[in-house]
Design a protein around this ligand. Structure first.
Ligand code: BGC
Ligand code: MG
Length: 555
């Protein structure tokens, strides 16, 4: 074990807190690109186990591991051919059990990524389903006859390009796929399908997982009448969930997804989770027009999802104070009963350092802002190192989405290149052999090992902020009241059971004078920022943040 594997190993084990997910910091691992342990150029579960101390030391509460199930890997694991097994490329079920055990010893919970909306076309269910119109699985997928002229049943589009319908010569019918044609859509109107998917969920609950990220949770159910989606006027289009080059944005997706019957399945899903106290579900809601409304519907009460994964900060729009304020205001107004889960980056979008073209001081300020919002947060592997989007040449491209819309949209590989662990190895310590995607040279400069012992590093900043967040209950669990949100500053108050924390962020290039709200406040010196106190008040230098604790209430 190198020094970095052992520094600050908490080894505190898991605390029994069924509400742990509320305010949790969740570290997303893209397993192909985290750590290779067997020299095949592809990350694996043993690699993750080896790096768990690094993750525990960062101070997060949980990891979310992108899919590691058996898969032909046409969408890199989001096309599952066996939901109850680990792909040999990633290891074995025993490796997974060992991963959970080690993570729990280190006080880190484990969330896995369930891809229930569609399977792989290589799944035995689909092979059976496509074989005839009257076999036992014939209704497990969404089959429909051609129109009299042979064209697809309706105008629905695949996110990955072209019609959402693929012709099958065996059945002489079309089947639905919202993503690749090799990712056929499961038919959630069939109760047998629901039962089987819940059984799979139980399989993983029994293995000790602490929760699920539900891939494309609002795509589960389609309109049984197969009605056409209406066109979306150009002025209403946005690139929140698909790049602007994608004609998927030209439709208002009323019928191919987000159908009301989905709530019945989500209730069944939640009832199952409730049999395993302390487990959680975060649903990925991909919806450009009504994202917050769908989140509200999916998280209302306590018999649906715990959280939804919000796309607001994954889009291209720069998070000016006004824009952030608008998102927070809309969330508070619309998602009244739900708990947010925010993220700036993931394996599907351009890394935010590049997407928002942020320099290091801004990256730190905005990381602090993310960790101070009301909600849980997902941090994507490498953002704690300040990684930018990697350039991946067309010849090296793996992502089918990128190949389809190249060059206007270069796909997702630039966010999926291998994690740089050290500077002294030709593949940045990721693998001894040629990695499945090239390691970015500029990432190696920012390798974890060289930041680990540097008190001024981005990595240390993330550790400090995560510890600071954890030390303040109002930041973890409290309500939020927006005080000001313009392009120079963002100020809000967080309150929890009488305790209050005031948070101020200087988003501008000039010093900002910060007025503390009415009452008695003590400036908290624990956060890794600087400020200047004068007789008249507090001056916040550019890109610095300030936290104050109300001294008239218990902190
Ligand atoms: C995942 C993507 C995947 C898609 C289809 C998502 O939103 O995050 O990586 O391609 O679902 O499963
Ligand atoms: Mg490997």
């Amino acid at each position: 074990m190198s020094k970095m594997d052992t520094v600050g190993m908490p080894d505190q084990g898991l605390k029994n807190d069924p509400d742990w997910w509320r305010g949790a910091a969740i570290y997303q691992i893209y397993p192909r690109s985290f750590q290779d342990s067997n020299g095949d150029g592809i990350g694996d579960l043993s690699g993750i186990i080896h790096r768990l101390p690094y993750i525990a030391d960062l101070g997060v509460d949980a990891i979310w591991i992108s899919p590691f199930f058996r898969s032909p890997m046409l969408d890199f694991g989001y096309d599952v051919s066996d939901y109850r097994d680990v792909d040999p490329m990633f290891g074995t079920l025993d490796d997974f059990d060992a991963l959970i055990e080690r993570a729990h010893q280190l006080g880190v919970r484990v969330i896995i990524d369930l891809v229930l909306s569609h399977s792989s076309a290589q799944h035995p269910w689909f092979k059976e389903s496509r074989a005839s119109r009257d076999n036992a699985k014939s209704d497990w997928y969404v089959w429909a006859d051609a129109k009299p002229d042979g064209s697809p049943p309706n105008n629905w589009l695949s996110i990955f390009g072209g019609s959402a319908w693929e012709w099958d010569g065996e059945r002489m019918q079309y089947y639905l796929h919202n993503f690749l044609s090799e990712q056929p859509d499961l038919n959630f109107h069939n109760p047998e399908v629901q039962n089987e998917l819940l059984d799979i969920t139980r399989f993983w609950l029994e293995r000790g997982v602490d929760g699920f990220r539900l891939d494309t949770v609002n795509f589960y159910v389609h309109d049984q009448q197969l009605r056409d989606n209406p066109p979306l006027p150009e002025e209403e289009r946005n690139d929140n969930t698909a790049p602007s080059v994608n004609p998927y944005n030209f439709q208002d997706h009323l019928y191919d997804k987000t159908r009301p019957e989905n709530l019945n399945f989500l209730r069944r899903f939640r009832a199952l989770l409730d049999e395993y106290p302390g487990t959680t579900a975060v649903g990925e809601v991909g919806e450009s027009q009504r994202g917050m409304e769908v989140q509200a519907a999916y998280t209302a009460g306590d018999d649906l999802l715990h959280m939804c994964y919000d796309f607001a900060f994954l889009a291209n729009a720069y998070p000016t104070g006004g824009h952030v304020g608008d998102i927070l205001e809309r969330f508070n107004r619309i998602v009244t009963e739900g708990w947010a889960c925010w993220a700036y980056s993931n394996h599907d979008v351009v890394r935010h350092a590049t997407r928002w073209n942020m320099d290091e001081p801004r990256l730190r300020l905005y990381a602090a802002l993310l960790m101070s919002l009301k909600g849980s947060v997902c941090l994507y592997q490498g953002e704690e190192l300040g990684l930018t989007e990697a350039y991946v040449a067309y010849e090296d491209l793996q992502d089918p989405y990128g190949k389809r819309f190249w060059p206007k949209f270069k796909g997702r590989d630039g966010a999926r290149t291998p994690f740089p662990w050290s500077r002294d190895n030709r593949n940045g310590g990721f693998s001894d052999e040629k990695p499945w995607l090239p390691v970015a040279m500029e990432h190696v400069q920012r390798a974890a090992q060289s930041q680990a012992d540097d008190s001024g590093s981005m990595l240390q900043f993330y550790r400090d902020m995560l510890a600071f967040r954890k030390a303040h209950l109002p930041i973890l669990k409290g309500d939020i009241t927006l005080i000001s949100a313009d392009d120079t500053r963002l100020c809000f108050e967080r309150r929890h059971q009488g305790a209050r924390v005031f948070c101020a962020f200087n988003l501008s290039d000039t010093v900002q004078r910060i007025e503390l709200p009415q009452g008695a406040w003590d400036i908290d010196r624990g956060a890794p920022f600087t400020f200047i106190e004068t007789a008249e008040g507090t001056d916040l230098p550019p890109h610095q943040a300030l936290y104050a604790i109300a001294s008239d209430t218990p902190a």
